[in-house]
Design a binder for this molecule. Structure first.
Ligand SMILES: [Zn+2]
Length: 522
């Protein structure tokens, strides 16, 4: 996710309200469980995996709701019986959160909700028992007599429905005179991550509260979406329409998301041998959006490919929205300025594209636990996009200027200098440490959520680059990417590679300041 508002972060207070649930739908919530996995190197091969998902989605564009039937193939790779499975279904807690934390959205979402109506194994009528935890977002399924044998694979089927929140969020919608756009993300049921017989149940990060806590395991998806023909469907891969159904097959993805709109078109082009599907909205300054975003995607793909190595897929899709968020092979970007007629003041579209496209390298290719080690994907990409890519005099600047943007390279440099100075002088210096490898909800003193992921992690990388030779710094980043592409990386793995290039006492001092655990000054 994008988060460039440096000053705002220090004052941002995200109200995490553990509100009561609607009577009858699910039991009282329990407080979030903080799983402190800091610095624990875990087995990269999960013990219980769901490696295939079949999503059947029906979007009701009159009532703004979504019906889901999701089948997931669950494989028990442990040598003991598995009698409990943890399912994640974010919409269950989201509406209560929305009503409590977003007064503007509370009214229009007053009567909205979500519900899981059935959980069963394929070929069986018997309903499995479900216990709703963490505000209803985590579903503990008791398998009892249906426990999964070691080595066995079984298909679990979940039926659910959810209203689509009337809010411009990652899971939400956009209403314009020209039509509607549904952003359907973080709203499909999936199995939580498990390692060594332990389920990793990270607390819910409410969709509007920033941050992510997705299961990073790679899995295949077959998706079928029933939606009226005037609605275009944007997602990863190559969506194919037959009548009222759009289907797509995806391999080795970490998360599925889709944008559906009746005022959206697509511009398709190639760059770096990759087919790009660039979805834009038929509103505002359409030509400016198409041209600026196309150039920003081209500049980004050239930059990351040159610096880190090849993009891992054949296709990439991006859709215009009101804010940025990364998925596998797909992202939404902040195209609001141009939606409103432009110009792209503050250069948001270009900078956000540089960030979200970069997540194809860190988040999608190199996976990590976004809750416990969010500094890896957000920090590395914030650093590369804001401190390297957009400081080059790339073609996108000229394209932006052509359409009236007043943003200059100098503005960008000044913004970075200002944020560095703020952090150095007022925030970081008084602290004796600033641990990046801590869960999302734990952040340094005098700062707010997201500060270590979006601000301090890039500063750590700036310092590392200052300490080591520039060439070694780029080789280090490239080696991390090439070693862990299509795998999961942990902080310790990254630091091991960093130390290969520079194991000086100065570097170890820096590591000891930014990382908890075994990284003490030698
Ligand atoms: Zn991001």
């Amino acid at each position: 996710m994008r988060n460039e508002c440096v000053a705002g972060l220090f004052t941002l207070v995200v109200v995490m309200v553990l509100s009561g649930c609607r009577a009858g739908n699910y039991p009282e919530p329990v407080p979030p469980v903080t799983v402190n996995r800091t610095y624990e190197k875990v087995d990269p091969s999960p013990a219980v995996v769901a490696d295939f998902y079949d999503l059947r989605l029906k979007i009701d564009t009159e009532k703004d709701c979504l019906a889901e039937t999701v089948s997931m193939d669950i494989q028990n790779n442990t040598d003991s019986l598995v009698d409990t499975v943890y399912l994640r279904y974010n919409p269950m807690g989201y509406f209560d959160y929305l009503r409590e934390a977003n007064p503007e959205a509370a009214g229009v979402n007053r009567d909205k909700g979500a519900e899981i109506t059935s959980i069963r194994f394929e070929g069986e009528d018997k309903e499995l028992t479900a216990e709703y935890l963490l505000d209803g977002t985590s579903v503990k399924i008791g398998l009892a007599d249906d426990a999964i044998e070691p080595g066995e694979k079984r298909t679990l089927i979940v039926d659910a429905w959810t209203d689509i929140p009337d809010v411009e969020d990652r899971f939400g919608m956009l209403r314009r005179d020209e039509g509607k756009l549904y952003a359907l993300a973080l709203c499909f049921p999936y199995i939580d991550c498990s390692c060594d017989g332990m389920w990793q149940i990270d607390p819910p990060l409410y969709l509007g509260g920033g941050g992510e806590n997705r299961n990073p395991d790679l899995k295949d998806y077959h998706v079928e979406i029933d939606v009226p023909e005037q609605f275009e469907v944007a997602c990863a891969g190559v969506p194919v329409r037959k009548g009222g159904t759009v289907s797509v097959d995806l391999e080795n993805i970490r998360d599925f998301a889709v944008v559906v709109s009746d005022f959206m078109d697509v511009d398709t082009f190639d760059t770096q041998g990759i087919t790009i599907r660039n979805y834009y909205l038929r509103t505002g300054d359409i030509e400016a959006y198409k041209e600026i975003s196309r150039q920003a995607i081209i500049d980004s793909f050239e930059f990351y490919t040159g610096l880190l190595g090849n993009y891992q897929r054949k296709e990439y899709s991006m859709a215009q929205y009101v804010d940025g968020m990364e998925y596998s092979g797909f992202a939404v970007v902040d195209g609001r300025n141009l939606m409103n007629g432009g110009p792209d003041n503050g250069n948001k579209l270009m900078r956000n594209t540089a960030h979200e496209a970069g997540h194809s390298w860190f988040y999608d290719a190199v996976g990590n636990n976004e809750y416990n080690e969010g500094w890896i994907d957000e920090g590395i990409i914030s650093y590369l996009a804001s401190y390297e890519l957009v400081l080059n005099d790339i073609e996108s600047y000229k394209t932006e200027k052509k359409y009236g943007s007043d943003w200059t390279l100098k503005d960008q440099t000044n913004a970075l200098k200002k944020s560095n100075a703020l952090i150095e002088e007022n925030q970081l210096k008084p602290l004796d440490h600033c641990y990046l490898n801590t869960p999302w909800h734990e952040y340094p003193e005098n700062s707010g959520p997201g500060s270590k992921e979006y601000i301090y992690a890039p500063i750590f990388l700036c310092h590392a680059k200052e300490i080591m030779a520039e060439e070694a710094f780029y080789s280090f980043l490239k080696e991390v990417y090439q070693t862990y592409a299509m795998k999961i990386v942990h902080s310790e793995d990254i630091l091991e590679i960093l130390r290969k290039y520079d194991n000086s006492s100065k570097m170890n001092e820096l590591i000891a300041f930014y990382f908890s655990g075994s990284h003490t000054f030698p």
